[in-house]
Design a protein around this ligand. Structure first.
Ligand code: IPE
Ligand code: IPE
Ligand code: MG
Length: 247
């Protein structure tokens, strides 16, 4: 009897009120590996597999934009072998993405300063750009060598250059103009930010774009954040009242 009651009250996702844009800080890979007595690299591998599955799940659900934090401007502080391991995983992912992009129908973009990346990685990213141009499915944005502050500095420089050249007037500067100079141009801001891994901070992610995002922090480590858990988080999001400063 109890079971029936519980089942009857099990909330399900309202497909008409899906978050259009979900952003995730994919944190906790290292601790996931440590808990199992494995090398941190095993955690990054598990995290990359979780990302691929989560993208498939969210696309099937009908989410339009999915943005993930893969490597921050601060992550260069890590030991060299960990950094090179993360970039090797990225290379592997890109090769597989190139094979799968046509069927997956995702529009893959990379947000961040790609200039320090190896020529091989840059070439693979350019290839995914060309293939993505033919797709019209979910937009997947991978933030790589990304920092929210660096993104804002880049936008400010671009606006300042246009002011100096006379292309725009100082009075033309508004929210919309700044938006258009960010990596996220043409993308609505995240409705929902999820941070697994137990930390309750932003760590320099999407500083401009998160102004009115709903935040969800969980102790679950990223490789353990299953589709079922994502479903529960979306249901939680749908029960919130977003006021944007109004009543
Ligand atoms: C997130 O997991 C992945 C990157 C930052 C590249 P971590 O590597 O930060 O995992 P923890 O926080 O040490 O567990
Ligand atoms: C944030 O995680 C960056 C990514 C997940 C790519 P970190 O592990 O680098 O963040 P901090 O150091 O705990 O703030
Ligand atoms: Mg971490």
């Amino acid at each position: 009897m109890k079971k029936l009651f519980a089942k009857k009250n099990t909330a399900i996702i309202d497909k008409d009120r899906l978050p259009k844009h979900i952003a995730i800080i994919m944190d906790g890979n290292g601790r996931w590996a440590k808990k199992r007595g494995l090398a941190r690299s095993a955690g990054h591998y598990a995290g990359s597999e979780r990302f691929r599955s989560a993208a498939k799940y969210l696309q099937k659900l009908g989410v339009e934009h999915f943005t993930v934090y893969a490597f921050s401007t601060e992550n260069w502080k890590r030991p060299e072998d960990e950094v090179s391991g993360i970039f090797s995983l990225l290379e592997k992912y890109l090769y597989e993405a190139i094979d799968d992009l046509k069927d997956d129908n995702i529009v893959l973009s990379f947000w961040g300063d790609l200039s320090p990346l190896s020529p091989k990685l840059v070439e693979l990213i350019e290839q995914t750009d060309r293939l993505s141009a033919k797709n019209d499915g979910m937009h997947v944005n991978i933030c790589l060598n990304y920092g929210g502050r660096a993104e804002i500095v880049r936008a400010v420089r671009s606006v300042a250059e246009d002011c100096a050249s006379g292309a725009i007037d100082v009075s033309d500067i508004d929210d919309k103009l700044i938006d258009s100079r960010l990596y996220s141009k043409n993308t609505p801001p995240p409705d929902l930010l999820i941070r697994p891994g137990g930390e309750t901070r932003i760590s320099n992610f999407l500083l401009w774009q998160l102004a009115y995002s709903e935040m969800y922090f969980t102790d679950t480590l990223w490789p353990d954040l299953t589709d079922d858990k994502l479903e529960k988080i979306i249901i939680d999001f749908q029960q919130r009242n977003r006021r944007y400063g109004g009543l």
